[in-house]
Design a protein around this ligand. Structure first.
Ligand code: SF4
Length: 327
């Protein structure tokens, strides 16, 4: 018996990547999934989908390689802050390194021709494959019969006749095929990548206008709370509920202050200790405005850093006053 052909797939855990894996598995190939992690997308739903398919699953963090793409991606951004073309090129290059290291024969993706305007038209698929340096070794099983044959097909590792000819945005055929392959649990298409989320993308763009360099904690912080840019340039983040308050505490660095009103329920507010005095005053007023203290009531704001808390006496302000600074 010959060696079993081994295929490694970019695996988001969504329906398309699950289906692409199932199509190749059905041809008797050894199939594994590969999921990349950054602050913008994680691996949780991919883990669940890989378990559902009983697929060996690799998870690789590519934060360092990904970071430059949020500044100046060579192929530009999509509708929000999503550098989809360069993201795909990077992922395929990284997958190529694993392909060689782990002895896989070829790569595959769940891409569908014409499904996404920026990254899945024919020109973009060709460009990404070419620039990844792995063109001949990238199979797209869901649209393969509409694309030029790749090496796995030419060498007979894969039966091209058993591959699919899906195109366009409709998911009807995918859903019918999923049922035929026994895939009965898969995530909804939305929610995979924060760079396509309007709120997150707006906060990220605003951050990049104010900071030349960002770190992972900055990018994590953008996921939580209401963000305000104060007139002096400091950022204040207001927790919206208990979970967000906990997240702010976990992301607080020694250079940050936490503000909170005394004697009334209210949010935690995170602000850099380096903020100018006028911004710290504004942050304290913001803390009162989002608390349950009645407007106009005298209130104490606790300002906590590392050591002894400081107390500020204020009158509770109105949220309306801060609307213009909301990012
Ligand atoms: S949506 Fe996000 S994860 Fe997907 S290709 Fe675009 S940038 Fe990459």
């Amino acid at each position: 018996m010959g060696k079993k052909i081994r295929a490694l797939g970019l695996f988001s855990g969504g329906l398309d990547s699950m289906l692409a894996s199932a199509v190749l598995k059905a041809q008797g190939l050894e199939v594994a999934g590969l999921t990349f992690v950054t602050p913008f997308f994680g691996a949780e739903r991919a883990r669940q989908s890989a378990t559902h398919l009983e697929l060996p699953h690799y998870v690789v963090d590519i934060y360092d390689q990904y970071l430059p793409l949020i500044f100046t991606p060579p192929h530009g951004f999509g509708r929000r802050h999503n550098p989809c073309i360069d993201c795909h090129i990077l992922m395929l290059r990284e997958a190529g390194a694993l392909l060689a290291a782990e002895g896989f024969d070829f790569l595959f993706t769940g891409e569908v021709l014409g499904q996404r305007p920026m990254s899945q038209h024919r020109g973009a698929l060709n460009l990404v494959a070419r620039e990844s340096g792995l063109a001949e070794l990238i199979l797209r099983p869901l649209s393969a019969r509409l694309l030029k044959p790749t090496r796995p097909e030419i060498l007979g590792w894969v039966d091209r006749g058993g591959l699919l000819d899906l195109s366009g945005r409709s998911r009807k055929r995918q859903m019918a095929l999923a049922a035929a392959y026994g895939i009965n649990r898969y995530p909804t298409p939305a929610g995979g990548c924060l760079l396509t989320d309007p709120g997150y993308a707006a906060r990220l763009k605003e951050l990049l206008r104010h900071q030349e360099q960002v770190c992972r904690a900055d990018l994590e912080l953008l996921k939580w709370g209401r963000h305000f840019r104060l007139p002096g340039g400091a950022k204040a983040v207001v927790g919206r509920n208990h979970r967000e308050n906990e997240a702010l505490l976990s992301l607080k660095t020694p250079g940050d202050l936490i503000l909170k009103v005394q004697d009334y329920p209210g949010p935690l507010v995170l602000v850099p200790a380096s903020a100018r005095p006028e911004d710290l005053e504004k942050a304290a007023a913001l803390t009162t405005a989002y608390s349950d203290a009645p407007e106009g009531a005298p209130v104490t704001v606790i300002v906590q850093n590392q050591g002894q808390p400081r107390l500020c006496q204020l009158t509770t302000g109105s949220k309306d006053h801060f609307k213009g600074w909301l990012i």
